[in-house]
Design a binder for this molecule. Structure first.
Ligand SMILES: NC(=O)C1=CN([C@@H]2O[C@H](COP(=O)(O)OP(=O)(O)OC[C@H]3O[C@@H](n4cnc5c(N)ncnc54)[C@H](OP(=O)(O)O)[C@@H]3O)[C@@H](O)[C@H]2O)C=CC1
Ligand SMILES: CC(=O)N[C@@H](CCC(=O)OP(=O)(O)O)C(=O)O
Length: 337
């Protein structure tokens, strides 16, 4: 068994991790933490999340001493915390035997200038940043297997890259036309803290972060080509539907696209190549990425749809996939029952 601590356990992705760790055959939950002055400190997680009413886990306020102790006390640490907290704590957490999986955006962008521009604070953890491996599980398996620090991808980048990478990998994209990604997320993507923009009465369907969302440079960095990315907030709880429009190289056939997706994902149990365009209900509460596409051979334009659960494949279940790879277990262990 591997021992696991979760920091930020009261939030949406942290609570999801608690559930996934408990149902995993090889993981034991060692500790669940919240911030030092959290209003939820010392509560049982069952009081906050009704779906965890059967779970007995106290939300311990984090401290410098607890961070240090954890680094050598457990096998894996999950950070389901704001970017700033992950950024500040990574060096101490990764200084011992524990391997660290960070769900925030703190260690995804290698270019610190771009990081500061999009995250609004300077990156000062050069060593941890150099160590961090981007945990896109289907594409970076070899690096993940030997990593000590994982930067778990953002939710929109997970959906977008899953749709686009087979085409880029096979050199099928027309480089003169940027892929256009329109994606709709449920409100859980914004986290648990109450805010006017995510309140039930306010949320409709609206674009936000237009031509400036922090996931644009993340998608571009791991795709290798610029994109136009427009996120939207929808009035549903969980899930992301990304609709991606691309121009492929002249003469590309539907059979070539089919081959590219089959080659990429035939042996990847978390990616489901669908026979029709997926909907969010198909993937909500699951670890899957569902993909479908259609090419107009005459014009060379293709539309690909990716559906994921933002809290699962967009965060918590992808982190568990990475842990499975790091511990040499089948990638779907504890996720696909
Ligand atoms: N929601 C999603 O779909 C996705 C989220 N992410 C990222 O994962 C991380 C967690 O997101 P999410 O679960 O939605 O966030 P939530 O706001 O739901 O939860 C954040 C958690 O962190 C705790 N926390 C807040 N500030 C601190 C601090 N300074 N030190 C320690 N703990 C702190 C909170 O508890 P308290 O304030 O009581 O201490 C809470 O447990 C974020 O970085 C987010 O960007 C990534 C992919 C998808
Ligand atoms: C609906 C919503 O607000 N979504 C979040 C993205 C959640 C996510 O993946 O975030 P990180 O990159 O922070 O880990 C946003 O657009 O900021």
């Amino acid at each position: 068994m591997y021992s696991v601590s979760i920091i930020g356990a009261s939030g949406y992705t942290g609570a999801q991790l608690v559930q996934l760790v408990i149902q995993h055959p090889k993981l034991a939950l060692a500790g669940t933490y919240v911030s030092e002055n959290s209003s939820d400190a010392s509560k049982n997680i069952a009081e906050l999340h009704g779906n965890l009413a059967h779970v007995n886990a106290t939300l311990t306020p984090i401290s410098d001493a607890a961070l240090k102790e954890m680094a050598d006390g457990v096998d894996f640490i999950f950070l389901a915390t704001p970017h700033e907290a992950s950024h500040d704590w990574m060096p101490v957490l990764s200084s011992g035997k524990a391997k660290v999986l960070d769900l925030s955006g703190a260690f995804r962008l290698k270019d610190t200038n771009v990081f500061e521009q999009f995250y609004g604070f300077p990156h000062t953890q050069e060593q941890s940043l150099a160590q961090a491996v981007y945990g896109l599980a289907e594409w970076h398996e070899a690096q993940i297997a030997s990593a000590d620090v994982i930067a778990v991808p953002g939710c929109y980048p997970t959906a977008s890259l899953s749709a686009l990478k087979p085409l880029a990998h096979n050199n099928l994209l027309d480089e003169s036309v940027r892929p256009v990604i329109n994606a709709v997320s449920g409100v859980s993507g914004a986290g648990r803290k109450a805010s006017l923009t995510t309140s039930f009465f306010e949320v409709s369907l609206q674009a936000y972060g237009v031509l400036g969302h922090r996931h644009t440079p993340e998608i571009e960095a791991y795709l290798g080509t610029p994109v136009i990315f427009t996120p939207h907030l929808g009035n549903f709880k969980r899930g992301i539907l990304a609709t991606v429009t691309v121009k492929v190289k002249a003469g590309t056939t539907s059979a070539q696209l089919e081959q590219a997706y089959t080659d990429a994902y035939a042996d990847k149990p978390i990616v489901r190549l669908r026979k029709s365009f997926p909907k969010i209900d198909d993937v909500a509460h699951t670890p899957f990425v569902d993909l479908h596409w259609k090419l107009d051979e005459a014009s060379g334009y293709a539309v690909i749809t990716a559906a994921i659960d933002n809290v699962m494949k967009g965060a918590a279940s992808q982190a568990i996939q990475c842990l499975n790879i790091m511990t040499k277990q089948p990638v779907e262990t504890g996720l696909v029952l």
